[in-house]
Design a binder for this molecule. Structure first.
Ligand SMILES: *[C@@H]1O[C@H](CO)[C@@H](O)[C@H](O)[C@H]1NC(C)=O
Ligand SMILES: *[C@@H]1O[C@H](CO)[C@@H](O)[C@H](O)[C@H]1NC(C)=O
Length: 523
């Protein structure tokens, strides 16, 4: 892009900033004089209108000029003394025996991952937990606490995979701060995953998976890296024969039967692993972080080497990045709510960003369920044209009135067979793994549907945001596959309101009530 290079970049950014600041008094005057019904949303205050229009203009600048903000070097440590609310820790890279499926990519090295752990002082190490008198540093005592195990969050911040960080000072840290302040979660790991400036897909999934495996290992009665042979059945233990786990390799069993056997085997192993867990894990992500949560959950489900998380909390999740890559330029359909959301939707810079995100991966990867789980193309491949069309343009209102019940009844219908037709001809040696990025096709292993076996999910979404349709498609597909989905609608809400300092506090508090009510059901 021409404006991404100096000196044009500096001139362009400065010019846009100054004109945007100059627009503020004009906007205030304009909307103060007009009757309320002419506001983008009648419920909005002048402050809300001005900040939305302001943020939109600034977002456009950052996209066109390639400016990033609020980022940190993921390889740098953070001095604990500079942190008030969190502590910084390094997590080891994912153990080799767990590097399977899409995250095993020889172009992207596994690295140690920095995490900001909320709260600063570890409640598990300190002894008495918030909700019981039992010291939690002994696993057996935890079990004794009448099923009350710590509820641990993994927070994956938003920012389009190119902005923000997990640092406590980042804007997105309002989310873990609130969860800890309200005592809803015992701890939250904010993951400093690698942004697209540092490494392409699947680096971010690798980093999130490393943190997930770390928490699982810490909270298992028999740690994954234990040398004792107490339970050789737990996947990931050293005693395990890796070939036994290569469920993606071809064999002579007829396909349908193979799926059944593999499913049973994986279920057994993962259930056993889950039974030894001394905590519950909720994956939390806003915007692009929500996209990452969906990819991580999918990897955990597909590979079956770790127990599934207990819940997913998706805040305005980005679930169709392939939107910037229409099958034909003429088939590009702009996202809705252009005049009420601050997100901009300029296809060209978006496509460039997505291309950087994919790096060495083929462009087909854009249409993988790991990247665009709610794209029309993925939904058509899994559920057929009729379903994909029925959810394509759903609004929040329609979902709440008619669609949801219909979707739920579809669950009892026979499972949709997963098409195994490759989208690209990758050659016979790559036909082995349905989830390998070398063969980025639209498929799930073991004949699972798009979201089967996904954990309970809570989705937060504003009805004035540009992601309305794609998130509705996500909710529709999850409902279709029998996932228990709680939805928290933000009335007249823009994208990712929980990380905005300036949104209506009454609305924000109501959204948090909805989320915390959902989280309380885990105890
Ligand atoms: C910060 O403190 C935690 C424990 O409080 C410790 O585990 C960690 O290593 C410290 N981080 C650094 C970078 O010193
Ligand atoms: C605020 O932004 C919207 C959407 O771009 C636009 O329609 C509206 O005119 C803007 N308001 C003013 C006063 O310029």
């Amino acid at each position: 892009m021409p404006f991404a290079r100096q000196p044009l970049k500096a001139i362009y950014v400065a010019q846009r900033l100054i004109t945007t600041l100059l627009m503020i008094p004009f906007w205030v005057l304009y909307y103060a004089l007009l009757p309320r019904r002419y506001r983008p949303r009648p419920s909005w205050s002048l402050k809300q209108i001005v900040t939305v229009n302001f943020t939109r203009r600034i977002y456009k600048v950052t996209e066109v000029a390639g400016v990033t903000w609020g980022t940190r070097n993921p390889e740098a440590a953070c001095d604990n003394r500079t942190l008030q609310e969190t502590r910084f820790e390094w997590i080891d890279p994912l153990p080799v025996e767990l590097c399977t499926g899409i995250i095993a990519d020889k172009h992207v090295p596994h690295k140690r991952v920095g995490v900001f752990v909320w709260p600063k002082h570890d409640p598990e190490a300190r002894g008495p937990s918030k909700s019981s008198d039992v010291a939690l540093n002994d696993p057996l005592d935890i079990e004794a606490a009448a099923g009350e195990v710590p509820l641990i969050g993994i927070f994956l911040h938003g920012g389009g995979y190119c902005h923000m960080s997990a640092h406590e000072k980042a804007g997105t840290s309002k989310i873990p701060r609130r969860l800890i302040r309200d005592n809803t979660l015992t701890k939250v790991y904010g993951v400093e995953y690698r942004l697209l400036q540092h490494a392409p897909f699947p680096a971010a999934v690798q980093d999130a998976a490393a943190v997930y495996a770390h928490i699982v290992r810490q909270h298992q009665r028999h740690p994954l890296d234990s040398t004792s042979d107490t339970d050789p059945q737990i996947p990931g233990t050293k005693s395990e024969d890796p070939t036994e786990w290569d469920f993606l390799s071809p064999n002579d069993i007829p396909e349908a039967m193979r799926h059944d056997e593999e499913n049973t085997k994986i279920k057994k192993h993962v259930t056993q692993a889950a039974q030894t867990m001394q905590c519950k894990i909720i994956l939390i992500g806003d915007s692009a972080g929500g996209n990452l949560v969906l990819a991580l959950a999918r990897w955990i489900r597909d590979e079956g080497v770790l127990p599934l998380p207990d819940g997913l909390l998706l805040l305005s999740p980005s679930c169709d990045p392939s939107h910037a890559f229409p099958e034909a330029p003429s088939s590009y359909i702009p996202r809705p709510h252009a005049s009420t959301d601050y997100l901009v939707d300029t296809p060209e810079p978006r496509a460039l960003l997505q291309r950087t995100f994919l790096g060495h991966n083929s462009i087909e990867t854009m249409h993988s369920p790991y990247v665009s789980p709610a794209s029309g193309r993925v939904l058509r491949a899994f559920y057929g044209d009729a379903f994909a069309e029925s959810v394509q343009f759903l609004t929040i209102r329609q979902m709440d009135t008619i669609a949801r019940e219909n979707l739920r009844t579809m669950v009892s219908a026979p499972a949709t067979p997963v098409p195994m037709t490759p989208m690209v001809d990758a050659g016979p040696e790559l036909e082995r793994s349905p989830t390998s990025l070398a063969r980025p096709i639209i498929a799930s292993p073991r004949g699972l549907s798009l979201f089967s076996d996904f954990p309970k999910t809570c989705v937060v979404l504003g009805d004035a945001e540009r992601l309305e349709r794609e998130v509705m498609r996500l909710v529709g597909a999850m409902e279709r596959d029998g996932v228990s989905v709680r939805t928290v609608w933000v009335e007249d809400g823009v994208h990712d309101v929980l990380q905005m300092g300036w949104w209506d506090k009454v609305v924000i508090n109501k959204v948090w009530e909805g989320i915390e009510g959902w989280l309380r059901d885990f105890n």
